[in-house]
Design a protein around this ligand. Structure first.
Ligand SMILES: [Zn+2]
Length: 546
């Protein structure tokens, strides 16, 4: 038995016995039973050893042979974005098949909201529609001539608006493209309604924001969804303003369900824009500020664009979207300035980088910061780290960077990536096997709600490299089930600099665990994506039960 050194009585609050507990400790030990006390793991061992810690009042849970994993960690999500989608039209395909269906939904929403109100929609993907093209402003005008309409693509980064929205934003034939964005135009120079990257902000900045109460209501639904998926910790990639306020209020109201690490968003959509960094530095807020429920982790800096939308920064032109070398939504000079400043203030950075060129520009900034002030074990992060060739991987290793890899893209938008980058380049899409061999510690993510937030689907993707249509992308980079579990547990904790308290089932760590409906280590790999979570335990308490 491995037992936590404790003072006082050794009576557990809860014991889980007769199970297959995958501890994800350094030796990948599997044990039968675990004891929990005061929200932490007290001991692990055989059923008879652990039963010795069950005294009067201890809750005994017989697992009946079921498999238990440490609580799952998704290292890049947008909970407030997902909460906001509660109030938007859901254009996700499937089930949505074509443009006509989206227009019908807009018509319905219009009669619900009344004249003049903003109509927002999300999750549409031009490639998944029967027409395989974007909706135009003129099609939107037919159903919504008076109300402004704003639709965002499944991955964000691309938006479609109608004429009323363009008019409100003052976008005309003569409006120049904003820095880091592009206004799509037809052959006569007229805006088509499609807006790339920062051009979307010309319109979205006019939409009235949700109230804190609305965000909280949406967040409760998002947290329930996370608990159903076994996600016990998530790294929020758009932490700012009212979203943080909503977290604090929910926690103080006693809703302790999902632990959140914040990437404080320095981008213009956040309050105060770039001043946020200066304020944090002036306040003395460093990475790690907070507690085990809500903590500041990094400063989030937007780098390049999107791989699905074709605006990622690459060295060889992409086949979709801008069809060029992509866009930097923040200039390389500004990324460098922010990174150096954050690094000096003890704040880690998370730089959004999808394309190989975008990743290099992010690494340039991190390299500069370290050369001015070497800090060991800083663990700056690259978010998504999608098309990452050996050249970038070598730099990542040298700079001690911890990538948060969007391996979760593979299922939902993997086909888009293959189409955009071509089959040769996607060999280096989310290269987990090579990263492991090089000793790079990467976490996994879904970028939820961009792709499916269910970690079982993401683990399946890391193992099979299969897209929803059955395409196998870069099979050389497939990893074992055991290693894929580690990606969503111990590695996730490492990316949060929390490997001392999370990521494995070991005495002294937080008692965050999930019970599965079948054994992930022995089912055929095709079945992994269908595994369901039976019970989710956070801080020693059951927060979900199927
Ligand atoms: Zn994201």
């Amino acid at each position: 038995m491995v037992l936590l050194m404790v003072l006082g009585k050794l009576d557990a609050d809860v014991v889980l016995v007769n199970g297959k507990i995958v501890t994800v400790d350094p030796h990948d030990t599997i044990v039968e039973a675990v004891a929990v006390k005061d929200g932490r793991i007290l001991a692990t061992g055989t059923t008879s050893e652990i039963m010795e810690l069950a005294k009067e009042g201890t809750e005994v849970v017989d697992l009946g042979g079921k498999t238990v994993l440490p609580g799952l960690i998704d290292t890049h999500t947008h909970p407030s974005g997902a909460a906001g989608r509660l109030y938007e039209i859901n254009c996700r395909s499937p089930p949505v098949k074509n443009i006509g269906e989206i227009l019908e939904m807009i018509k319905d929403k219009l009669s619900e909201l009344g004249p003049g109100k903003w109509i927002r929609g999300a999750n549409y993907n031009d490639i998944k529609l029967e027409e395989r093209r974007h909706i135009t402003r003129w099609e939107l005008d037919e159903v919504a001539p008076e109300n402004p309409v704003f639709l965002s693509k499944e991955t964000g980064h691309l938006y479609v608006v109608n004429s009323r929205a363009l008019e409100l934003a003052g976008i005309t034939k003569d409006t120049p493209d904003p820095a880091g964005g592009q206004i799509d135009r037809d052959s006569s120079g007229e805006a088509t309604g499609l807006l790339y990257e920062t051009a979307g902000r010309l319109v979205s900045s006019l939409i009235p924001p949700l109230s804190v109460e609305e965000i909280k209501e949406g967040m409760r639904a998002v947290w329930n969804q996370f608990s159903e998926w076994g996600v016990t910790t998530t790294h929020d990639a758009s932490g700012f303003g009212d979203a943080i306020r909503a977290y604090q209020q929910l926690l103080s109201e006693g809703v302790q369900q999902v632990r959140t690490l914040l990437m404080v968003s320095v981008n213009p959509q956040g309050p105060g824009g770039v001043n946020l960094l200066e304020s944090m530095a002036a306040l003395g807020v460093e990475s790690g500020f907070g507690n085990e429920w809500l903590k500041v982790m990094t400063l989030k800096i937007m780098g390049d664009g999107s791989g699905s939308g074709g605006s990622a920064a690459v060295y060889t032109p992409q086949h979709r979207g801008t069809k060029g070398l992509g866009l930097m939504t923040t200039s390389p000079e500004e990324i460098k300035r922010l990174t150096v400043k954050a690094h000096e203030a003890g704040i880690r950075v998370s730089i959004h980088s999808i394309g190989d060129r975008g990743i290099d520009l992010a690494l340039d900034a991190i390299e500069e910061a370290h050369s001015l002030k070497p800090v060991p074990d800083m663990r700056h992060r690259i978010e998504h780290n999608s098309v990452c060739t050996p050249k970038q991987l070598k730099r990542i290793k040298e700079l001690g960077v911890t990538p948060s890899s969007s391996i979760g893209y593979m299922w939902g938008i993997g086909d888009d990536y293959v189409e955009n980058f071509g089959s040769e380049r996607v060999r280096w899409l989310h290269p987990h096997r090579t990263m492991m061999e090089m000793g790079i510690t990467a976490g996994g993510n879904s970028d939820y709600p961009v792709s499916n937030g269910n970690p079982m689907i993401q683990i399946y993707e890391a193992v099979t490299r299969r897209t929803r249509t059955g395409l196998v992308v870069g099979p050389e980079e497939a990893i074992s089930v055991k290693d894929a579990i580690r990606l969503y547990t111990w590695n996730g904790a490492y990316l949060g600099k929390e490997e001392d308290i999370k990521g494995s089932i070991e005495p002294g760590k937080l008692a965050d665990m999930v019970v599965l409906d079948r054994d992930i280590l022995s089912v055929p790999s095709e079945e992994i994506k269908d595994i369901k979570v039976l019970t989710t335990i956070v801080n020693g308490k059951i927060v979900y039960q199927r």
